[in-house]
Ligand binder design. Structure first.
Ligand SMILES: Cc1ncc(COP(=O)(O)O)c(C=O)c1O
Length: 354
């Protein structure tokens, strides 16, 4: 039996302050308007002009030759690994990586790649950690093919990899002849927080994707970027997996709107996250991880309450937070304002004092 995410307790009011995830943003009226006005074609057939516009723009933004529109970030990871690797190849990634913890075992089930987990604080590892994972090239060892990083590192606390560290781990991989792949579910959060242009942030990575359904606020879509050859190969997997779309320009228009209007404002989400962290740090028994971006993780074991207890109490007040890896996660985004943060901080304090 597969468990679905918990439903709100009976009698809970509608969620007013949704800190559960930045995936829960609703498209704004202006974004919906842009989507309704989109020029569309048949994406699978290669003639949707809005998808082409989005892919051209993304390739330029990331400094890569080509790009491909996909329905989800998970499909970007799956297709990237299918394209870089053959069955039995090894992918080296952090032990908290989404590909390892949150994709339903897809890499065992579909890609056949073996993922070796590296340890390290905040979802990151060092060049020495990668060196220590290098295997001798013998008939016994799995062929090592790919290094994968997450920018920002989700379970790592929304942490931003410093550019030097990103480049250093990629350099070790390239010395070994491995490819490098970046899961950029929240890449723009990292770029805005660090003040680094996307093309510079991802320059050492052979493939990279960006999700539009997180802080960028679109209802659907992610774009995978890489060399023309890589994207050409990736298209075969897109087709095989049923990820080739039809009038996808409707969704691509939402993504283009997000690039125009929802990138710079991510700084507001980061400021709200910092304000929330400051407020939570005042609550006795709560240990807060200093946020780099829009994810605030905190440990409430010192209060004697469980994550589920806190979630239930807050849901009865119309506030949603998530539980991840034994910690509480509160996520700021487009639909969360500074006054909401103030109110949520008060309600969390009250709930934990009870
Ligand atoms: C780091 C990371 N990678 C990949 C994904 C998957 O993205 P999607 O939900 O679009 O499939 C997520 C989603 O939360 C994520 O946080």
């Amino acid at each position: 039996m597969v468990h679905a995410p918990a439903r709100p307790p009976a009698g809970a009011p509608p969620v007013r302050i949704n800190l559960y995830s930045d995936t829960q943003t609703r498209p704004t009226a202006a974004m919906k308007d842009a989507m309704m006005r989109a020029e569309v074609g048949d994406e699978q057939h290669g003639d949707d002009p809005t998808v082409h516009a989005l892919c051209d723009r993304m390739a330029a933004l990331m400094g890569k030759e080509a790009a491909m529109f996909l329905p989800s970030g998970t499909m970007c990871n799956v297709i990237a690994i299918l394209t870089h690797c053959r069955k039995g190849d090894e992918v080296v990634a952090h032990e908290t990586a989404h590909i390892l913890t949150s994709e339903g075992g897809t890499h065992a089930a579909l890609t056949g790649a073996q993922i070796t987990p590296l340890k390290g604080p905040r979802g990151m590892f060092t060049a020495d950690d990668v060196r220590a994972a290098i295997r001798p090239r013998t008939r016994y060892a799995p062929p090592q093919r790919l290094l994968e990083v997450e920018q920002t590192a989700n379970i790592g606390g929304g942490a931003v990899w410093p550019l030097d560290q990103l480049n250093a781990v990629a350099a070790v991989a390239h010395e070994q002849g491995w490819a490098t792949h970046m899961d950029g579910a929240r890449l723009m959060n990292a770029c805005v927080a660090a003040g680094i242009a996307p093309r510079d942030m991802v320059a050492s990575y052979d493939s990279v994707w960006l999700d539009f359904t997180k802080g960028l606020g679109a209802p659907l879509g992610a774009v995978l970027c890489g060399s023309s050859e890589f994207i050409g190969e990736a298209w075969r997997w897109k087709q095989r997996l049923g990820g080739s779309l039809r009038q996808a320009g409707l969704s691509a228009a939402g993504c283009l709107y997000a690039l125009d209007h929802h990138v710079d404002r991510l700084a507001e989400d980061h400021a709200n996250a910092k304000a929330l962290a400051r407020g939570l740090a005042q609550i006795p028994g709560v240990v807060v991880e200093e946020p780099d971006t829009n994810l605030v993780f905190f440990d409430i074991r010192g209060t004697g309450q469980s994550v589920e207890q806190l979630q239930r109490t807050l849901l009865m007040q119309g506030v949603a937070v998530s539980g991840l890896g034994g910690r509480v996660r509160a996520c700021t985004h487009l639909d969360v304002t500074a006054p909401m943060i103030e109110e949520a901080t008060g309600l969390i304090r009250q709930a934990l004092a009870a």
